[in-house]
Structures are given as structure tokens and as C-alpha cells.
Design a binder for this molecule. Structure first.
Ligand SMILES: [Zn+2]
Length: 333
């Protein structure tokens, strides 16, 4: 137990809070883990899984994880377990994505773990909320100053323009985004602009799972091997290599990703266009998160961890990359 006003954080391939007995998004099976959201790099078969109700549903539908292992917690409803109070907050990343705020009832020490998140609002996901915390563990996917995303309206305009131009040429627009999260956001944007579309099977399955949990999305019309004139196709990035999509005549594809900020992204993704629709915080929002949470200690995880931590130290924050110096335990504070 930590009595010095801090909740201890350990990292040995996975993030662990030894005082709490909780693992954060571990890759390997653990006795008790917080799973922030249902993207595959955050999911494993733990004995007990703390997550949001939507994530619990997605874990069951997508990964066949037994509901008996899950402890679904509604957003904003504090829950006390063994001397700690846990509060899940919307992370704004994908359906059901959560941050976790932990309060040690004994010492009053607090910790916020963001998981994957974004601050800006979107059409399909509850906008992120935060609580102040002594220790902030934050993702840093776009932790370099060049990752500044355009305003949401401008990104939507790029999508609508790409679709309209492609249809005007008599071609088929193919919009590529991960089947859980990005694909539903693309669907909502197209629907808002009265642009009809089909979805591949994996996209349709995730859209249906989200609809079942109350998300307001149009029912997915399924793609088989033909896209009617005037329609777009929403597909996961790997679908361009699948026969049914690769066979489509006169297709033009656009990848939807924050990495579209990088010059030449469309060449890397082998698409005709790259549009910076992202479900991660951009660099200015990463910095803003620190202002909002007002932490005494910051740990950066995922992506440009060292660069973001260095930039935060220059701003007089006590910030460290999780990979810094290969330490097993972080001497926070
Ligand atoms: Zn994710």
C-alpha cells in the first residue's frame, strides 16, 4: 500500500497498479484487468474484466468472451472495491471506450488512465470527460507537434467532396476505416449528408453490435460483390486486398486515419486519397489534456512516448515515457 500520496505504477510489458491489484489494458491474461475498449490490441481473456457496458457487449460479440468474467460499470458511477473507488469516464475513442479514474480512499491519491482517447466530439461516440488526478497515464499516439488535425467540419467536407467527385466521374468510392469505431463514424457522416452506402460483413457486424447497444446508426446494407451506381462502400483497410473488393471496376479508395497528416500517406496505404479522420487526440489536444487533468506526474504510453514526455518536461511537468531507461518501476514524483 502506498502511503505517500501516490498510487504506484509498474510496467513490465504490461501496466500494473500493485496497490490496486489492477492491470491496465494488459496484452496477456491477468486476474483483474481494466479493458478500456474493444480494439484487439487492448483485449485478452482475463479472469475479471472491468469495462463499460458497451465494451462488455462488444467483447462478447467480437471475441466470444464470457459475460461472467465481466464487471460492466456505467460511466460516472463510482464503484468501491477493496479501498479504492473506480469511476469510468467516456474516452471519445470508439463506442464504449472508457478512461478509468482511481481514488485511494485511504490516502486520497488519484490516478487517471486514458486508454485510447480523443477530446473532440464526433457523431457516434460520447464526448470524452475527465477528472483531475495526481497521476496521469496518457496515450501519445500523435505525440509529435506536426500532428495537428484540421477541424471536424473540414474533415467531413473532405470526405463528402471525395465521395461526390468520385461519383461524378462514374466511379465507386471506397472508404477505408477500422470495422469497429472508424467505420461507424464514416457511416454516420455519409448518412448525415444523404450519401447512400454499403458495408462489408465485418463492418456491418460491428455496426449491428453498436446499434444493439443503443447507438443511433442507420441499419447497415450489406456488400456482396456489387456496388450500385451512386453508392459508396465502407470497408476495413485490409479489404482492398480481398477479392470481392479488388475486383470492383472503377473504384477509388480513401483511407481514413490521423496518419494522413504525414506527407505521402496515400502512397503508404496504396489508396487514391488519405483523409485525417482520427479517433485519437492530436498533439494540441494531448497538451490540453494535461492542462485539464492538472497531474503532478505523467506517464506516456503508446506512440511517441519519449517525445511527448520530453515536450511536457520542457513545460515544467514531471513526465516520463513508459519505455524510458527500461525501468521496471517508475519513481514518480
Ligand atoms: Zn483503439
Amino acid at each position: 500500500m502506498s502511503f505517500d500520496g501516490k498510487i504506484r505504477v509498474e510496467y513490465a510489458r504490461d501496466l500494473h497498479l500493485p496497490d490496486v491489484g489492477l492491470w491496465l489494458d494488459p496484452h496477456r491474461s491477468k486476474p483483474f484487468a481494466f479493458v478500456s475498449h474493444a480494439h484487439s490490441d487492448h483485449v485478452a481473456r482475463h479472469q475479471q474484466i472491468l469495462c463499460s457496458p458497451i465494451t462488455a457487449h462488444l467483447l462478447k460479440v467480437r471475441y466470444r468472451i464470457s459475460p461472467e468474467r465481466m464487471m460492466p460499470c456505467e460511466f460516472f458511477q463510482a464503484r468501491s472495491i477493496a479501498g479504492f473507488q473506480f469511476t469510468l469516464l467516456p474516452a471519445g475513442h470508439i463506442a464504449g471506450s472508457a478512461m478509468i479514474h482511481i481514488n485511494c480512499l485511504n490516502s486520497g491519491a488519484t490516478l487517471l488512465y486514458t486508454g485510447d482517447y480523443k477530446l473532440r466530439s464526433s457523431r457516434t461516440v460520447e464526448t470524452a470527460s475527465w477528472l483531475k488526478a495526481d497521476t496521469l497515464i496518457m496515450e501519445s499516439t500523435f505525440g509529435l507537434p506536426r500532428y495537428v488535425l484540421p477541424p471536424a467540419e473540414e474533415i467531413e467536407k473532405q470526405i463528402v467532396t471525395f465521395v461526390s467527385d468520385t461519383l461524378d466521374r462514374g466511379d465507386t468510392p471506397i472508404l477505408l476505416g477500422y470495422s469497429l469505431g472508424k467505420a461507424q463514424e464514416i457511416a454516420a457522416i455519409l448518412a448525415a449528408h444523404d450519401l447512400p452506402f454499403l458495408s462489408t460483413a465485418s463492418v456491418a457486424a460491428m455496426t449491428e453490435a453498436c446499434r444493439k447497444m443503443g447507438m443511433s446508426l442507420p441499419e447497415a446494407a450489406l456488400f456482396h460483390d456489387h456496388v450500385p451506381l451512386g453508392f459508396s462502400l465502407i470497408a476495413p483497410p485490409q479489404a482492398v486486398r480481398q477479392a470481392a473488393v479488388a475486383r470492383l471496376p472503377r473504384r477509388r479508395s480513401a483511407i481514413m486515419t490521423g496518419w494522413a497528416i504525414d506527407p505521402g500517406a496515400r502512397f503508404r496505404y496504396r489508396t487514391d486519397a488519405a483523409i485525417p479522420l482520427s479517433d485519437h487526440a492530436d498533439y494540441p489536444d494531448l497538451l490540453r489534456t494535461v492542462e485539464l487533468v492538472e497531474p503532478k506526474n505523467i506517464l506516456t504510453v503508446h506512440g511517441s512516448t519519449r517525445e511527448l514526455a520530453a515536450a511536457l518536461r520542457q513545460r515544467n511537468h514531471n513526465a516520463w515515457s513508459i519505455h524510458g531507461n527500461d525501468q521496471l518501476e517508475f519513481p514518480l514524483g
